[in-house]
Design a protein around this ligand. Structure first.
Ligand code: NAD
Length: 255
């Protein structure tokens, strides 16, 4: 098999619809020579149905990233399909409604804790669960939404993403000696289930559509997916702890 990821074995989390960023990553990865194993959360039969839309069949393993038992069992489950992993994609985010849409000052700790567990801590949990399957040259890639700024309506999800960005740097620090990289792609707004759950998300859509220097499509996941592929490939061998912006250039603008 030829292609950017020829021979690479990837674990891709986060497919729930064919609009999921993870779906684009899995599709492009297969088209570029990778073997893909998916994980699914919650509605497994739905994920399996969506997986059938990929160019090649991809097995789906059940994984709730907050479930310690499922995390511990992940290596054995993956070994049923692949003898190791060259890359892991974390494409997971969730925050209870109280944490979004302007609720920053009122969201209770229990809800914030859920947001941080699923969206931040799980990056480390997933990487550690997959570590027994990985070897030098391996790559962990996650998705963020530029957390250097306070955005309207993003609230505690923004805090969770700031934590994710830091966690990726610490993962780079701690897994670097094992030859494993950790990098994030900071995508602009894309119409996915996760995005639609944010009240007021249309503000991002308008801002990006009007201002991104390169222009921005709200329904094209491929640019973000392509960046994930590049970071999973052998073409960034000395890059770790990095955040690649795939946002039409929006992050580079002043107010
Ligand atoms: N859509 C955007 O505008 C945008 C922009 C930048 C970054 N991102 C990030 O991209 C990633 C993927 O989101 P998406 O936009 O493709 O939306 P999506 O709704 O398609 O994907 C989110 C995924 O998270 C999974 N998930 C939620 N809780 C989980 C749990 N406990 N265990 C395992 N999986 C769980 C869901 O099942 C779903 O597959 C997220 O980290 C998101 O924050 C999205």
């Amino acid at each position: 098999m030829s292609g950017l990821l020829a021979g690479k074995r990837l674990l891709v989390t986060g497919v729930i619809t064919d609009a999921s960023i993870a779906f684009s990553v899995a599709k492009l990865a297969q088209e570029n020579g990778a073997q893909v194993v998916l994980t699914g959360y919650g509605r497994l039969s739905l994920v399996e149905r969506i997986a059938k839309r990929l160019p090649q069949p991809a097995p789906v393993i059940e994984l709730d990233v907050t479930n310690a038992e499922q995390l511990a069992g992940l290596p054995d489950k993956v070994r049923e399909y692949a003898d190791g992993l060259d890359g892991v994609v974390h494409s997971i985010g969730f925050a209870p409604q109280s944490c979004l849409g302007g609720g920053f000052l009122d969201a209770p700790w229990e809800d914030v804790a859920t947001a941080l567990h699923v969206s931040t801590y799980s990056y480390k949990s997933l990487a550690m669960a997959a570590l027994p399957l990985m070897s030098p040259g391996g790559s962990v890639v996650g998705l963020t939404f530029d957390a250097t700024k306070a955005w309207p309506v993003y609230d505690w999800m923004g805090v969770a993403k700031a934590g994710l960005e830091s966690a990726s740097r610490y993962l780079a620090l701690h897994l670097g000696p094992k030859g494993i990289r950790s990098n994030l792609v900071a995508a602009g707004p894309l119409r996915t289930i996760a995005a639609k759950s944010i009240p007021g998300f249309d503000q991002f859509e308008t801002a990006w559509t009007e201002r991104a220097p390169l222009g921005w499509s709200l329904t094209d996941q491929e640019p973000a997916a392509r960046a994930c592929l590049a970071l999973l490939s052998d073409w960034f061998p000395a890059t770790t702890g990095e955040i690649v912006h795939v946002d039409g250039g929006y992050h580079a603008l002043g107010a």
